[in-house]
Write a protein that binds this ligand. Structure first.
Ligand code: MN
Length: 345
């Protein structure tokens, strides 16, 4: 295992220097955030971005994410052009020395929460999800804005919702299958590991299908093209909010088969009625026990990247929700400490 940290590029309020000061921090996880979804990334841009990161002494092997264009998820005839671009991006990333591409296949919205800064009694705040509040939201209403939604105008949202009326869960699976069958051979040839991120939360919202939700669906993804490069970004915080998902068992199953290419370490407390809160990484709170989870990785000599996922805002820090410095740095140290203890046995 080696520790990484997500960085949002030159506009991220947290500098690469600060990140490199975290003990045992090895790598950066980032993306070319200025690229429009669906465009091919040029080799020159990737190389420049990578060289800039590496000046800090940190490696840059993991992309999070190369977003998938909605036309691919919708199975529109225009998808082939976007798939061609995706293949070009895979080749250019490989040529520049990248090793892992994270992506997700969630329709329209990425992760969804009902609050980005719920106050806790200790003065910290974190992202939380109240199912009832989300059910009451109308994403197409003019007065509603959430950060993960800003990439679309209201008009675009309305037309996407209209288009997804024709795509149910099985339809979305077919479109994922088409996509993977088209891109995995290139990933295989170029030795790039693909890592699909589970849906967050792992259930349908706003009537849109969500399919990467449990152990069976992860198994199904891997079986679509059964080569090592077709793999997973195992996010305990996404899968773990559903009490039916046994994350330790899921890790044991897929890590032993070397199909987990990237680890997201996030702890969550399950608050009932599909509600959940993001919490500190330690095992005195929350549904995820990282001592057990990391032991499962350690038992199979996992040597891939891991990062502390969303953290709380503590010590008065403000900034990108879930992506402050302090709590994620504490998380990195906790995880690294567990790993070092396992190593020394
Ligand atoms: Mn995650």
């Amino acid at each position: 295992m080696y520790m990484t940290f997500r960085w949002y590029g030159p506009n991220d309020p947290i500098s690469l220097d600060y990140i490199s000061q975290i003990p045992k921090m090895k790598g950066i996880v980032s993306s070319l955030h200025d690229e429009a979804t669906g465009d091919a990334w040029s080799y020159e841009k990737i190389k420049m971005y990578k060289e800039n990161i590496e000046k800090s002494g940190l490696n840059f092997k993991v992309i999070e994410s190369v977003p998938v264009h909605e036309d691919i998820k919708l199975g529109r005839s225009s998808r082939d052009k976007y798939i061609e671009n995706y293949i070009t991006t895979i080749k250019n990333l490989a040529k520049a020395g990248l090793e892992v591409i994270t992506y997700n296949f969630m329709p329209v919205f990425d992760w969804t929460r009902s609050s980005l800064d719920t106050q806790h009694t200790d003065g910290s705040n974190s992202l939380t999800y109240k199912h009832k509040d989300v059910l009451a939201m109308d994403p197409t209403s003019p007065d509603l804005t959430l950060p993960a939604w800003v990439k679309y105008s209201k008009e675009e949202l309305l037309s996407l919702f209209e288009a997804y009326k024709n795509v149910d869960s099985e339809g979305l699976w077919k479109n994922l299958e088409y996509f993977l069958k088209a891109i995995v051979p290139t990933a295989h040839e170029y030795g790039i590991k693909l890592a699909i991120h589970p849906d967050d939360p792992p259930w349908s919202i706003f009537g849109l299908p969500r399919i990467i939700v449990n152990k069976a669906s992860l198994e199904r993804v891997l079986s679509i093209v059964d080569v090592p490069e077709n793999g997973l970004c195992l996010c305990t915080g996404s899968l773990g909010v559903d009490p039916n998902n046994d994350c330790e068992d899921i890790v044991k199953t897929f890590a032993s088969r070397k199909r987990i290419h990237f680890v997201h370490a996030r702890n969550v407390s399950i608050d009932g009625n599909n509600d959940f809160s993001e919490v500190k990484h330690t095992n005195d709170v929350g549904a995820i026990n990282f001592v057990k989870i990391l032991k499962a990785y350690h038992d199979v000599d996992f040597d891939g990247p891991i990062r502390p996922d969303h953290g709380r805002m503590i010590w008065g820090e403000t900034g990108l929700a879930g992506y402050g410095l302090y709590d994620r740095a504490l998380g990195a140290m906790y995880l690294q400490g567990i790993w070092d203890a396992l190593d020394s046995k």
